[in-house]
Design a protein around this ligand. Sequence first.
Ligand SMILES: O=C(O)CCC(=O)C(=O)O
Ligand SMILES: [Fe+2]
Length: 209
Amino acid sequence: MKVNSNRTLDLFEQLGEKPTNLLPCGGTVHYYGPITSGCAADNYFESLLRDVAWNHDEAIIFGKRIITKRKVAWYADKPESYTYSNTTKIALPWIPVLLELKALVESASGETYNSCLLNLYHDGSEGMAWHSDAEKDLKRNGAIGSLSFGAERKFSFKHKQSKQTVSKVLEHGALLVMKGTTQSYWLHRLPPTKTVTTPRINLTFRTIV
Ligand SMILES: O=C(O)CCC(=O)C(=O)O
Ligand SMILES: [Fe+2]
């Protein structure tokens, strides 16, 4: 891109329009589309697959200990413990690729984050059930920046009262930001699908208090 002034373009100008809200009411979800080039996204996918300390997730559901097929990892500024799905995890210290992606997401979204939860879905048989990210350790109404690499997957929202749904296909290298009252009024999920046979990595940058 040729810039005809000394001033550097900010990320919004490089990317074009500021995104519009995907939700009709009760919260704000901005989809920015890919925030890196395709090549950069391929490289991030490979380094995340290689360098992240992936582990199968554990959850207590109806009193039973479940080991998920999906793999997860959690990184943060401090070795804080974080509770979700009735289990407690200790955060790992940041690694370079995650610090780089955190800076990219902060710059694109105009928000700051102090932790990141990563998910690795090996294929379309793995997904995530309806939930909202409103654990007590999370900053209330704080922004959650969700960055996706690898296979394109559909991501859905469902209004807790009206049951209205809204869906968006999340592209390789794309950023989606959930903020405001989204977690109070809406659930979200990653539905399983038979048509996806390749892996996807998702990073959700969050603020733990
Ligand atoms: O994989 C995704 O796109 C969403 C993950 C998610 O909702 C979560 O980690 O809380
Ligand atoms: Fe979530």
